[in-house]
Every structure is written in structure tokens, then in C-alpha cells.
Design a protein around this ligand. Sequence first.
Ligand code: ZN
Ligand code: ZN
Length: 304
Amino acid sequence: MKLTVLGSGAGLPSKERKTQSIVLDLIPEINAYFLIDAGEALQHQLLLTNIKPRKINHVFITHLHGDHIYGLPGFLSSRAFQGGNDRPLHLYGPKGIKEWLELTFHISGTSLNYPLFIHEIGDGMKLEVEGYTVQVRLLEHPVDSYLFVFEEPDKEGSLDAAKLKEIGIKPGPIYAEIKNSKTFVHENITYRTSDFLGPVTLGKKIAIHGDTRLIKDDEYKKLIENSDVVIHEATFLDYENEKAHEFGHSEIHEVMELFSTLNIDTTIFTHISNRYDETFIKGIKQTLPTNVWIAEDFFSFEVK
Ligand SMILES: [Zn+2]
Ligand SMILES: [Zn+2]
């Protein structure tokens, strides 16, 4: 599982940063990618990676501001010419996304050669997507903006061969039979399979925010606590909390303060304003703890 920020800018693009798009690489797990947001340069950024558009089969849109969606019609339309034939795509986004896309496709005479399923989301929804649970939470921004929390199921422990050998069962097809049943009998003794399994591996939890002012309620904290990775917006980098709040955005120090109480393994900040030059951003980076990152375009993070 890997996260790649294709566009790390906020609002307006700059020479250094395109507007927001993030890819959750699940190729080793399910041979597919999830895309979160579709900033204007999405297609061009994808061309500079090995990511195949036809393997992006689920797209999650946090909100309908242009810096998060203006790359969407182009991406969907090009996918039809990039081996996307008959490979369905599911799109999840706020109310209005369906009308906007259908009108855009109608006026521009665009037709797709694959099924596109558009699902409009709402606060508190729990989606089941290819074995992952995706919780949806409304944030605070001038338009409806959402947080997506992706949770991988826990993995059952593997069979403890040494323990099985101890009771005289040698490796062979019998191991698969044991694994697939709750109990098994050996030399007239009934055993519970669970006594012969290693520890459960906890599934990973990734939280990806749309634009928002800092949220502090208990329900929100519970939703993101113990995450392996949280991606949060960073429109304000320099202790301008009041201004951030007024514009429905966040300032990174107040976010870090909250996150330090929530057992979050890694924080990635993105949605960086072009008000800051790269030297200033570099200076801020040097002050951050080692588990906190400020993304640039093509920043990649392997979730271990
Ligand atoms: Zn934005
Ligand atoms: Zn916005």
C-alpha cells in the first residue's frame, strides 16, 4: 500500500505545485488504484508516473471546488482511450457531482466506453469498496467537504507449522484443510484451529481530508485516532489560526497539536498555498517531527 500525492497545491496552481490529486496504490492488495480528488493537471501528472488510468477503478471526490475536480472530466474521458474499455469505474462525491459531470459530457459530446457509476455521498455513510470500509465524514468548509477514512480488514494469523509438528502433523494439503475449518481431529483428539494460528495482523487505516478548518469533536477524533497515515490540508503554515478558521482552512501547528493526542503514526500535509515560496516551506519542514511530512508533487509514502 502506497500513497502518492500527484498535486500538492492549493487553490491556484504554481510552477512547483499542481492542484490536488492523491493516489492510493493498492496494486499488491487488489491490483487497483483508488484516486482521491482530480485537480486540473491530473492527466498530465499521471503520464509522469507508472500508474495506468485503466487500473483506477474507484474515485473519491472530497468537494466540488475547482482545484479538486477540474481534472475529472478530462481524466474520465481519456480513460476511455487508454485501455479502459469495459472496465467499470465507481465515483463517489458530494451532491451535485452527477449533474455537473452529465452536463459537461452532454455539452461536449463525450461518451465513455466503460460503465461509470456515480454515487453521491453524505455525512456518516459507510461504504464497502473492494473489501475496504470507507467512512465518510462531513468537514467544515464553505461548501460540503468530506473526509474519507479507508480501513483494511484485519488479516487472520497464519498457521503455526511448528506447533502442528509438535502434535505430529507434518506439512501437506492437510494444513489448508485445518486452516479452513474451526476444529480438526488428529489421533482421536479434537483441536481448535485458533490455538494453532499466529497473531492477527491489524488492517491499515488511512484518513484523507478534503479542505477544512480544524475539527475537534469527539466523534471526529475517534474516527481518525490510531490511523497509520492521515493526509490533512495545510493551506496555512505559519500560526495564522484565526485567518485559517475564517476561510474554512487549517494551520498546520494546530493540526499537529491535536494529532499528537490521537496516536497517529504518520501525518502528511498537502494543499500548500502559492503564497509561500519554496524556501519558506523548506524552513518549516526542518522544524517538523520525523513522522510529519509536507508533500510536494509526486511525494510518495509506503504504508508499512
Ligand atoms: Zn482546495
Ligand atoms: Zn475547497
